[in-house]
Design a protein around this ligand. Structure first.
Ligand SMILES: Cc1cc2nc3c(=O)[nH]c(=O)nc-3n(C[C@H](O)[C@H](O)[C@H](O)COP(=O)(O)O)c2cc1C
Length: 264
């Protein structure tokens, strides 16, 4: 070992961890720039071709996410065939029409924009991974509670990975769109045959990315002091049922579809 070498031989796994000095903000600043500029658009420049290496770069970020029991319960299907994109879009447009007819009052977006996304990645998971988390597997009431929790662990794990992918796409300069299919049985039935997805696998989300069709804008964010608590839950931030209802009735559509300056 040379004099300038490490005092202790590091294992390969240890060498793979390379954090900055605590308090050095260089990487934090770069990360925050990406985080702040990750904004949703719901229509893309359909003429753009995503270079193959960008899919790898984005999914490489997804691969490094944390997960319950390190199960890494995610699978990503890159869809490049426009006909398949169109068929998936048809399902979501039908869902949009259904919601309008059913008077759900949710301001469902215009899903026709799905077909315009140059980057189109279907996010899947195998729900059998819940068995990798603390469960009894004996059909008891206790088991039911633990399974519910295990399902959340699975969904949170896939969301953590999906978020890494979204940030990687934003870091490469793309606008993104997170479309969810969680729990929608019809979505599973519509998409599985199109992508040859086994019955055991569920489609959870679609990650869309590309250059925006129109100028993207930043949406409203709650100020930091409204969400941060120190040492105890600050009841000033607690919303009554009426306040929450009011937000849903009067602010939800604004925070979803207007820029931050137009949310009162
Ligand atoms: C878990 C999750 C599910 C979402 N599902 C949908 C969806 O189904 N359809 C949609 O148009 N946007 C969906 N979005 C995008 C949000 O509407 C969007 O992130 C939010 O309005 C904030 O806008 P921003 O991404 O520009 O900051 C989802 C986002 C998340 C994190």
């Amino acid at each position: 070992m040379s004099d300038t070498g490490p005092a202790v031989e590091l294992s390969e796994a240890e060498q793979q961890v390379d954090l900055p000095e605590i308090g050095d903000t260089t990487r934090y600043d770069a990360l925050m720039q990406t985080i702040r500029n990750r904004v949703t658009v719901r229509k893309f420049d359909a003429g753009y071709m995503v270079p193959d290496e960008h899919y790898d770069m984005i999914l490489e970020a997804a691969r490094h996410a944390p997960s319950g029991a390190n199960a890494q319960p995610w699978q990503y299907i890159v869809v490049r065939d426009q006909k398949i994109k169109d068929r998936i879009t048809e399902y979501f447009v039908a869902e949009q029409r259904f919601r309008a007819k059913a008077k759900m009052k949710f301001p469902t977006p215009d899903y026709r924009g799905l077909a315009t996304a140059p980057g189109f990645v279907v996010v899947c998971s195998d729900m059998r991974w819940v068995n990798a988390f603390p469960v009894f597997n004996d059909g008891s009431e206790q088991d039911r509670m633990y399974r519910e929790n295990a399902e959340r662990i699975l969904l949170q794990s896939v969301a953590a990975s999906t978020m890494s992918a979204h940030l990687a796409a934003a870091a490469l300069g793309y606008n993104v769109w997170w479309v969810t299919a969680i729990g929608q049985e019809d979505a599973q039935k519509a998409m599985r045959p199109l992508l040859d997805i086994p019955d055991e696998i569920s489609v959870l989300d679609i990650l869309l990315f590309g250059p925006a069709a129109a100028k993207p804008y930043k949406r409203y964010r709650k100020p930091l002091d409204e969400i941060a608590h120190f040492d105890r839950y600050n009841r000033d931030h607690f919303m009554s049922d009426d306040e929450l209802d009011d937000w849903i009735r009067n602010r939800r559509h604004k925070v979803m579809y207007k820029d931050a300056t137009r949310v009162d």
